[in-house]
Design a protein. Structure first.
Length: 724
């Protein structure tokens, strides 16, 4: 036996009230005998009767207080035989409805989402008066449909019937954690979380999900853990279902220049038994058809890689959409990617050579990025000597357009960086800029290491050791290792064709770079003497690439003679510029940060989410931070001047894999959450009241006894008064 509200038992102090009242009433008047009193004295028998009646009345009143206090404290019993015959106790229930797009798999005209709604309606129909129920829609971010525990069952029934269609992924552990918090304040002994899902392993028992379940189990006190009932609403579904899906789009260029080719990569993925792949992949730009792509017939490990090349004719934000024809699961047949297109990409180049020098390293970069014979170059370059480099150059336009503030800074063999310059570069990186640091014979390593690297705490990716190698010994010159090219900026060079960077490039002399310190960068290209050629590090919202060579013809490298030199410089600069542009392709709940270019004044912005009506947001100052990105898909922001900016919250690609949970998977979750039980019908949940360990509340019985004793007390009081 126990009490749900044991603190209220302090009310038992009130049991002393009836005896005190009785004693005080006896002392209210002084008793004075007089001569004729002897004729009025009651007999000994009558006095005993009166005493007994008064004593019983006092006990009756004490009993009333006792039963009332015990009833309010909500007592419960746990008796095996009583559990079998006792009425079903009231319960608090939270239904967690899986809203991921795998619940939209269509078979025989029905989806698991439809089956889950029917199951929930049947379950609610079997609840009784006094039961409370809340509803959570589980997606990548849980959404409460009924965010509290009302006893109005029709409210929960209507919320489930109107639940949004399945889309995106699911974070089931976050939804269950929210349900547990709802039930934490419950006053009922029976607390249940009913999870309606499709039995998919992904999102339930994959390695990442098991880590999340472990956090839920370890972070919830034993007494706060309710019963977890897991219902596979399509438990009879075949474990081997065919499904074609599109993988998320990737590109090393989230920022591009007008009329320049941009490559987007994706792949068709087959899950389940082999079936005919889609005939075509439709390409859309800003919602308008831009052609079709015929996928190759080569299928390797269930995947068909696709590369789409696209040019953009106008600057601004653009949306690239790839689609295949809808199949049984339409939620994975579309992928979106936002890209920012600029008239030209502004680049500030700081050259370590004096302006009067006959040959400067920046001349090679200028010829590669913005050659004189190109009437419409993709890059807008401003080249300054290191002595002319001031922090203001990083925040001012380098062209006539107000939007031509540098996106990339290139330090070409600069001897040293002053403290004010270093601080300005770090602020530039934190704001999302990209920095390319090339090292040559002019560089002074002491200043770089002490001021910029700072044992891994600075923004420079690697520590400079010494220049190594003999520029006169070309036969022993180190070369690139193909397997080390793992960065998206270097994917184009993963080949050994004649004349290519990997096949023909050699570097007789270069700086030895060290990255072993904690906080250092990551080598993204290695030479065959086991020294890094390129090292990358993320700093704030931006990124830095440090090269062990000056990217010119110094130290007798043949880099500038290779056909890949122009492509290498383009890819490095585009990749660095994309660090800021990458903020338009987001994860779920990652906020949108919108700051229009061109000096536009703050004003209202219309936000169109992936589903539902648009919203008009007042903006008093830039940037606009919009953090309601619960749903995956495309968010379109439009200013009053007509400027459009696209943002894409990427879906969970793992949802396309319909592999069901095995018994081992279910057992793994049960070990982490011991109250987890897998059931099929609503009765499996509701019949749990017959469990011998069930706590049976009987406060209602005590309150009925209070009412009965109260009536008896009134009758007895009147009887005693009438007898007198």
């Amino acid at each position: 036996m126990g009490f749900l509200a044991p603190a209220l038992l302090f009310g038992l102090v009130a049991l002393a009230i009836p005896p005190l009242v009785h004693l005080l009433n006896r002392r209210r008047f002084d008793v004075v005998d007089w001569a004729a009193m002897q004729f009025l004295l009651t007999s000994e028998r009558t006095r005993k009767k009166i005493f007994l009646e008064q004593f019983l009345l006092m006990l009756l009143r004490m009993g009333l207080i006792l039963l009332l206090v015990l009833g309010v404290a909500s007592p419960w019993l746990r008796l095996p035989w009583l559990a079998k015959i006792a009425p079903r106790p009231n319960r608090d229930v939270v239904i967690v409805l899986d809203g991921s797009f795998s619940m939209g798999y269509l078979k025989d005209g029905r989806t698991p989402h439809d089956a889950a709604k029917d199951w929930a309606a049947d379950f609610i129909g079997q609840l009784q008066a006094g039961d409370s129920i809340a509803v959570i829609h589980a997606r990548q971010t849980p959404t409460p449909l009924v965010g509290y525990l009302p006893t109005n069952l029709d409210q929960a029934r209507g919320a489930i019937a109107d639940a949004p269609k399945p889309r995106g992924g699911v974070n089931m552990s976050a939804a269950v954690r929210e349900a547990i918090l709802m039930l934490k304040a419950s006053g009922k002994a029976q607390r249940d979380v009913v999870i309606l899902a499709d039995g998919q392993r992904h999102g339930w028992a994959d390695p990442r999900s098991l880590e999340r379940w472990e956090l839920v189990g370890s972070g919830t006190p034993e007494g706060d853990m309710p019963n977890l009932w897991v219902v596979d609403v399509v438990h009879d579904r075949s474990p081997d279902l065919p499904n074609w899906s599109l993988a998320p789009i990737h590109s090393s260029r989230a920022v591009a220049a007008v009329d320049r080719e941009v490559k987007f990569k994706t792949e068709l993925q087959l899950h389940g038994p082999a079936v005919k792949p889609p005939d075509k992949v439709r390409v859309e730009i800003d919602g308008r058809t831009a052609g079709d792509v015929r996928p190759p017939s080569i299928l390797e490990k269930g995947r068909i890689p696709l590369t789409i090349t696209q040019k953009f004719k106008t600057p601004g934000s653009h949306l690239v959409t790839l689609r295949i024809d809808d199949d049984a699961m339409p939620g994975d047949n579309r992928q979106d990617y936002a890209v920012e297109v600029m008239p030209t990409l502004p680049v500030l180049v700081v050259d370590g050579a004096n302006r009067e020098a006959r040959s400067r390293g920046s001349d090679f970069l200028r010829d590669a990025l913005a050659p004189k014979l190109d009437p419409n170059p993709g890059f807008l370059l401003r080249i300054v000597a290191s002595s002319e480099f001031t922090p203001e150059l990083l925040i001012r336009p380098i062209g006539r357009d107000a939007g031509s503030v540098p996106r990339v800074l290139i330090l070409m063999n600069v001897p040293s960086i002053r403290p004010d310059q270093g601080e300005a570069i770090e602020a530039f990186l934190n704001a999302g800029g990209g920095v390319l640091v090339t090292l040559g014979s002019r560089v002074e390593s002491v200043g770089y290491n002490q001021e910029l690297y700072r044992d891994g705490r600075g923004w420079l990716p690697a520590r400079l050791v010494d220049p190594i190698g003999d520029e006169n010994d070309l036969e022993k010159a180190p070369r690139l290792v193909l397997a080390s090219l793992e960065s998206p900026a270097l994917e184009l060079f993963k080949n050994e064709d004649t004349g290519s960077l990997v096949n023909s490039g050699y570097f007789p002399r270069h700086w030895k770079l060290e990255t072993r310190t904690e906080g250092g960068g990551l080598p993204i290209a290695m030479l065959n003497n086991r020294n890094p050629l390129f090292v990358e590090k993320n700093v704030g919202r931006g990124r830095v690439i440090q090269t062990a060579v000056p990217l010119d013809n110094g130290w007798r490298t043949n880099l500038t003679d290779l056909g890949d030199y122009v492509r290498l410089t383009h890819e490095l600069v585009y990749y660095l510029a994309s660090s800021r542009g990458g903020d338009v392709n987001l994860e779920a709940r990652q906020p949108i940060v919108f700051r229009p270019s061109g000096g536009e004044l703050p004003g209202p912005v219309t936000v169109q989410p992936p589903e539902g009506p648009s919203r008009r947001v007042a903006v008093k100052e830039w940037p606009l931070i919009f953090d309601e990105t619960r749903e995956t898909g495309v968010y379109k922001l439009t200013t009053d001047t007509g400027k459009v900016q696209y943002y894409v919250v990427q879906p969970d690609a793992g949802e396309a894999n319909l592999t069901p949970c095995t018994d081992e998977d279910r057992l793994a979750v049960s070990r982490l959450l011991p109250t987890t039980k897998y059931v099929v019908t609503p009765n499996d949940v509701l019949s749990s009241a017959a469990n011998p360990e069930t706590q049976i509340e009987f406060w209602w019985l005590l309150l009925l006894m209070v009412m009965g004793l109260l009536a008896f007390e009134v009758w007895m009081t009147r009887r005693i008064a009438g007898a007198k």
